[in-house]
Design a protein around this ligand. Structure first.
Ligand code: CP
Length: 316
């Protein structure tokens, strides 16, 4: 029986604590390997991974590419801007075209929530959701959890404040699910306009004051304003937003003295986080999150590929 008995990784919602733990434990084994001069393994030898990103990315796309290559797989980065999508081909036709070339894993990012799941129903290979709209970004939540677990030794019982543009954030949704599965408590801290309507149903506490929301917390996770997903006015001004919701030392003083500062990136310095705080490596683990991203994506590629039967079935 596989430690992660799923064909795809489309989200964190619905995973069990042992499944999350299995992914984190496997990721842990890759952290040291990635710090060695020789980073190569042959776990994915003969396997093909295609990165299919319909939205911009630095961290996720690069780390999936590194992860696949370090495991000995063949990795293709499909550039959407120079693909047949520019000639009117649909996302599903593109996916099925790639599928006909027998990839083993498709890593997909798409601006629409649910698009990656739809695509996964049309292909034979494994699909990993690299972020779909404001829905889920499962590997981000896993790398955040690995970072926290390595620093604080556990997830259970921690108080985690997720602050900023929650309503548009797939990172927030995946983290809310993962932290709940693993027994941490989540607070959302944001103006009313940036809190999703379903917040109460998610089993979190909601705060509209940063000083209150950060009191006694172990983790302060800051989020970028996702202006590309905003239709209409959500805030009076950036200046006012930074004053009330930007993370600085004054607001951080409410958290536990050893509390960690996290941010999935990309950061907008002076908007949701003060530059000095972001670069304070005694508290900020932002670069460590990026490092853990490669290890987590190696574990995901390995565990999902291990579930593949030797020859893909032609069922479409
Ligand atoms: N955190 C994250 O998803 O970053 P990228 O958009 O650079 O991949």
């Amino acid at each position: 029986m596989s430690a992660f008995p799923h064909r795809h990784l489309l989200g964190i919602e619905g995973l069990t604590p042992p499944e999350v733990t299995a992914l984190l434990d496997r990721s842990e084994s890759y952290v040291e390997q990635n710090r060695r001069a020789d980073k190569k393994k042959s776990v994915l030898r003969g396997r093909t991974v295609i990165n299919l990103f319909f939205e911009a990315s630095t961290r996720t796309r690069t780390s999936f590419e590194l992860a696949g290559k370090r495991l000995g797989g063949d990795v293709i980065n499909m550039s959407v801007s120079t693909s047949a999508i520019r000639k009117g081909e649909t996302v599903l036709d593109t996916a099925m075209t790639l599928n006909a070339m027998h990839p083993d894993v498709l890593v997909v990012r798409h601006p629409e929530s649910g698009a990656v799941k739809l695509l996964s129903e049309k292909v034979n290979c494994c699909v990993i959701n690299a972020g779909d709209g404001s829905h889920e970004h499962p590997t981000q939540a896993l790398l955040d959890a690995l970072t926290i677990r390595r620093r604080l030794g556990r997830l259970e019982g921690l108080e985690v404040a997720i602050c900023g543009d929650i309503v548009h954030s797939r990172v927030a949704r995946s983290n809310i699910h993962l932290l709940a599965i693993m027994g941490a408590r989540v607070r959302l801290v944001a103006p009313h306009t940036l809190i999703p309507a379903e917040a109460e149903r998610l089993g979190v506490e909601v705060f509209h004051d940063m000083h209150e929301g950060l009191k006694g917390c172990d983790i302060v996770m800051m989020l970028r304003l996702q202006t590309e997903r905003m239709q209409g006015n959500f805030l009076p001004s950036i200046r006012e937003y930074f004053h009330f919701f930007g993370l600085d030392y004054d607001k951080m003083a409410n958290a536990k003295p050893e509390a960690l500062i996290m941010h999935p990136g990309p950061m907008n310095r002076g908007v949701e986080i003060d530059s000095v705080v972001a670069d304070d490596y005694s508290r900020s683990v932002i670069h460590e999150q990026v490092e853990m991203g490669v290890a987590v994506r190696m574990a995901c590629l390995e565990l999902l590929s291990a579930n593949l039967v030797e020859a893909p079935q032609h069922n479409i």
